[in-house]
Design a protein around this ligand. Structure first.
Ligand code: TXA
Ligand code: MG
Length: 329
């Protein structure tokens, strides 16, 4: 039986330096008191996360961030005021002697986020301490977007799971470095796209999506992968699809595949939905991986969703980036 718990129990457990999985509007997080070395170490152990990979710290609001000694420039404040609470995270300089140092893997910066999920907000408010929370999955795997996904992956390793249903966005937050107010770096694309940032900041501010490998330590590790091996689907070629495979395709690719001379109706298909609605695909992509893993498929042939297919608005670019990382070839 899943160890689902109430908000009150989760709060109690967190106050006692335990680790609980909680819903957020992006993906489920594995939360612990961000000021406690003991609690934070448990997160690393449960996730099997390399110890040099820092954690995001979650706050109730800008007021709490400032109370913790952070100093924000005007652009950082503007970004927070516009998009928070919500699926955006900011890299900030860690204040001197901050107790949050235990969550940063030794770095002098910390990534902060103000989540909008009501359950998570209630829990932060009740614990009255910033909560460190990476995505609630074993390191290297896709993030969970339902409580059941957390349970199947981490089981009793976590002290409890708060069931908040399906996550609204389904992929991880946009991470921004706005230390230089005239050149904003996107360290990880997410549900808030370049377009939304441009609209807020105007033409004088440059926005650059940087190669995450240099800026975000965690991105040097394998990410977002299902158990099944993932190949790109090219429907116009004779693919020699391996046994126990499933095709995970956009509606458009399904149509093309069915019209192709290589079409083989014995091969199972799962639909991602329309390529013109990347936000909808983002919302369900990790859940699709989970369902496919549960069914025990060995191979996934995935529609190629290249970044240049999507506009700069919303989750499209982030989705293409995530999917490029799960490909095995
Ligand atoms: O939507 C989200 O952001 C979710 C929910 C739970 O809030 N959290 C999340 O955390 O995705 P995580 O740990 O799975 O991904 C955070 C990424 C990691 O790649 C980590 O290496 C990077 O952010 N990171 C954390 N602190 C950093 C820092 N101070 N400097 C550079 N990168 C950092
Ligand atoms: Mg993660």
């Amino acid at each position: 039986m899943p160890n689902f718990i109430t908000i009150e129990t989760a709060t109690e457990l967190l106050k006692n330096k335990k680790v609980v999985a909680i819903p957020t509007e992006t993906v489920y997080g594995l939360a612990a008191d961000a000021t406690s070395k003991l609690a934070v170490n448990k997160i690393y152990k449960i996730k099997n996360r390399p110890s040099d990979n820092p954690l995001i710290c979650h706050f109730y609001g800008l007021k709490q961030i400032i109370e913790w000694g952070f100093v924000l420039n005007e652009v950082e404040k503007k970004i927070i005021k516009k998009f928070s609470p919500g699926p955006i995270s900011l890299k900030l300089q860690l204040p001197q002697k901050s107790k949050l140092k235990v969550a940063t893997a030794g770095l002098d910066s910390v990534i902060v986020r103000i989540p909008s999920n009501k359950i998570f907000r209630e829990i932060i408010k009740a614990t009255n301490v910033p909560l460190a929370a990476p995505s609630a999955n074993t390191s290297g795997r896709y993030s969970p977007t339902t409580a059941k996904m957390v349970w199947q992956d981490l089981g009793k390793k976590v002290d409890g799971i708060v069931n908040g249903g399906k996550c609204k966005f389904g992929i991880e937050s946009t991470i921004i470095d706005a230390e230089n107010p005239t050149l904003i770096k996107i360290l990880r694309p997410g549900p808030i796209g370049v377009q939304e940032l441009k609209e807020l900041l105007g033409a004088n501010v440059k926005i650059k999506t940087v190669k995450p490998i240099s800026a975000t330590p965690g991105s040097k590790y394998k990410h977002y992968a299902p158990k099944a091996i993932v190949h790109t689907f090219i429907g116009s070629k004779n693919l020699k699809i391996k046994p126990n495979s499933i095709l995970l395709l956009t509606t458009q690719d399904i149509k093309n595949w069915k019209a192709s001379k290589y079409y083989d109706k014995s091969i199972k298909i799962n639909s991602l939905g329309s390529i013109y609605e990347p936000d909808k695909i983002s919302k369900k992509i990790y859940r699709k991986f989970f369902e496919i893993d549960q069914k025990g498929f060995d191979f996934i042939y995935l529609s190629k969703l290249s970044t240049n297919l999507f506009s700069e608005k919303g989750s499209g670019k982030a989705l293409a980036e995530r999917l490029s990382k799960v490909l095995s070839q």
